[in-house]
Design a protein around this ligand. Structure first.
Ligand SMILES: C[S@@+](CC[C@H](N)C(=O)[O-])C[C@H]1O[C@@H](n2cnc3c(N)ncnc32)[C@H](O)[C@@H]1O
Length: 162
């Protein structure tokens, strides 16, 4: 498979998973958490699929396209290790959907970060919330979901909070 094909396949999988999850939580109350705003591409997709829903976006820096980021206090800048516990303390476990898109090119750093993010995620989402992650998470309150759409192995990890 060419690198172009592989790239297209990766992004198609991401879109399929986001489309499925936004449909699945349509009647579940609570905000969406976009953990890893980056350029704002997936934020923009979530916003399009869930009009009117509060979407909090977290990142250490604002590198998003000016039209692909939330306004006001829905944009939360700073290190996840600080901003996510602060969000949980302020709002409680309220999210209906959590999208963790946090990876960089450093697999070892990704795994280290995923280990502590795993502990934070259940403090952010309500029971029954859907969690989508580009990194494998592990926590007793995260139940693995089988992807309902065809995605390349290890591309996305799906969980529900119970
Ligand atoms: C893969 S990018 C996100 C891509 C984005 N979802 C998009 O569609 O454009 C990952 C983002 O996570 C952020 N990030 C990674 N680790 C972080 C941390 N510990 N605290 C805050 N931001 C972090 C990076 O700054 C980067 O913008």
């Amino acid at each position: 498979m060419s690198r172009l094909d592989s790239f297209i396949r990766r992004l198609s999988a991401q879109r399929s998973v986001l489309d499925w999850a936004t449909q699945a939580i349509r009647d579940v109350p609570g905000p969406v958490l976009e953990i890893g705003l980056g350029n704002g591409r997936t934020f923009d997709h979530l916003r399009e699929k869930l009009p009117g829903r509060d979407i909090y976006a977290f990142d250490r820096a604002d590198n998003a396209h000016p039209q692909s980021k939330p306004a006001g206090d829905l944009l939360v800048l700073g290190e996840f290790a600080v901003t996510l516990p602060a969000f949980a303390a302020r709002h409680g476990a309220v999210a209906a959907l959590i999208h963790c898109d946090t990876g960089s090119g450093d697999a070892a750093a990704n795994a280290r970060q995923a280990a502590w993010l795993s502990d934070l995620v259940p403090t952010l989402g309500r029971t029954g919330a859907i969690v989508l992650s580009d990194q494998r998470l592990a926590h007793p309150r995260l139940s693995v979901m089988t992807p309902p759409v065809e995605i390349p192995p290890e591309r996305y990890f799906l969980y529900t909070i119970f």
